[in-house]
Write a protein that binds this ligand. Structure first.
Ligand code: CAA
Length: 384
């Protein structure tokens, strides 16, 4: 076996998009605060018939078209935006895609960190059985109160990745550093569709988890900072990654270039926060836009409020460029439907109670849609 890691990756977003300049105008804010201060340009907004399941299913279907399902015996679904308190969102995807029944399907939660739990679990499964492959799906909708401080950092998107031995894209190295602390920086009560956030505390908790997990990474045999060529950070907004990079450089007592961060920002500036998918959207953006990655070591800082951080590294394969697929996400980003502030506010405020049967309007052009609620159960269907 020649290493374990990410063999293939696919990024998907929503049908609708809100320009942050339109939001700034309504909120009476200088648009430069969002564009430069937060480093965000637009945010993806789910249409009435889209959610984390439809985005995740679309990402997984695109990826499986290339890889097939041979050897996949686990589907791990990571989300903050679960659609059911009991049933895994992954089970709906399993059904929509007609995946084999001989498969483990489960959902993982720890705010924006859940995707990394799924990835690390997948690496463990493959360490036990190098023939195994794991489908990891991370799908989230970042939603804050209308008019609140977090509003311009909303967003939506999903990542599907195939984790296997001898991966075509990035081999994940075994050294890893962890940091957990129980803190009320960001959470979402069971009866709320929007997150509650203490903005200033969330920034501090993020940076504490970064330096804490970095210390643990080094204590567990991690590479010296000089041996890391590119740096990826969880990106609730892209400026946060820049803040993290500056903090890590100061903490490690070294100078780190900020120019190498730029290629990892391109997609997330357009998507907004995608919570668990965010650092892997950043990885996709880096793979698609940095042309000198072959053999380079990437540092990953994954963070989930509440809070857990993990620092780990991966090395990009020499021939990775033959295995990246730039066209689907770039076409999708360009084709999004720009909505007005009023349309955004209406979508934001629409909450469907599970007690009422409802059919959703047909909007999405994606291959799967959320059709509505019947008998308390969510209904999904293929659009074609
Ligand atoms: N032109 C250019 N820049 C401007 C500007 C202007 N006209 N006006 C303000 N700015 C700059 C500010 O100087 C500031 O930059 P610095 O941070 O570099 O100083 C930046 O814009 C933001 O301004 P404020 O700090 O005044 O913004 P705010 O208080 O209104 O909100 C926030 C910022 C607290 C991060 C808010 O967006 C928020 O609550 N977001 C959600 C929470 C979040 O994402 N936290 C991140 C860590 S937690 C995490 O990572 C988990 C997760 O996914 C949620």
């Amino acid at each position: 076996m020649t290493g374990i890691g990410i063999h293939d990756i696919e990024l998907v977003t929503t049908h609708d998009v809100l320009d942050l300049a339109a939001l700034a105008e309504v909120r009476g804010v200088d648009p430069a605060k969002y564009e430069i201060g937060l480093g965000q340009t637009r945010m993806s907004v789910p249409a009435a018939d889209e959610d984390v399941v439809t985005m995740g299913a679309t990402a997984a279907a695109r990826l499986l078209e290339r890889t097939g399902t041979e050897g996949i015996r686990s589907l791990l679904f990571a989300t903050e935006t679960g659609v059911d308190q009991s049933k895994s969102g992954g089970m709906f995807i399993h059904g929509l895609l007609g995946l084999p029944s001989a498969m483990r399907v489960a959902e993982v939660k720890q705010a924006c960190y859940a995707g990394t739990v799924a990835l690390q679990s997948a690496l463990g499964v493959i360490a036990r059985n190098p023939e195994a492959k794991v489908l990891v799906v991370m799908s989230d909708i970042a939603k804050y109160e209308l008019g609140g401080s977090g509003e311009p950092t909303q967003g939506a998107g999903a990542i599907a990745m195939l984790v296997s031995a001898n991966p075509a894209l990035v081999e994940i190295e075994p050294e890893t550093g962890m940091f957990s602390a129980d803190v009320d920086d960001f959470w979402r009560p069971n009866d709320s569709t929007t997150a509650v956030v203490d903005g200033a505390l969330s920034l501090k908790a993020y940076l504490d988890a970064l330096t804490g997990s970095w210390d643990d990474y080094l204590a567990n045999g991690g590479h010296a900072i000089e041996e890391i060529d590119r740096f990826l950070y969880h990106q609730p907004f892209t400026k946060m990654a820049r803040k993290g990079h500056r903090e890590l450089a100061k903490y490690a007592g070294t100078a780190l270039s900020e120019d190498t961060l730029e290629p990892s920002f391109i997609y997330n500036r357009e998507l907004g926060n995608t919570y668990g998918a965010s650092i892997y959207s950043a990885l996709t953006s880096l793979l698609h836009h940095d042309e000198e990655l072959a053999g380079k070591r990437i540092g990953f800082f994954s963070y989930g409020s509440g809070s857990t951080g993990e620092y780990f590294t991966g090395v990009v394969r020499a021939d990775y460029r033959e295995h990246i697929y730039v066209e689907p996400i770039q076409t999708e980003l360009a084709a999004r439907n720009t909505i007005t502030f009023e349309e955004y506010a209406e979508l934001h405020e629409t909450v469907l109670p599970s007690s009422e049967d409802v059919e959703t309007p047909r909007v999405t052009k994606a291959p799967y849609r959320f059709a509505g609620i019947r008998g308390g159960a969510r209904q999904y269907e293929a659009t074609a």
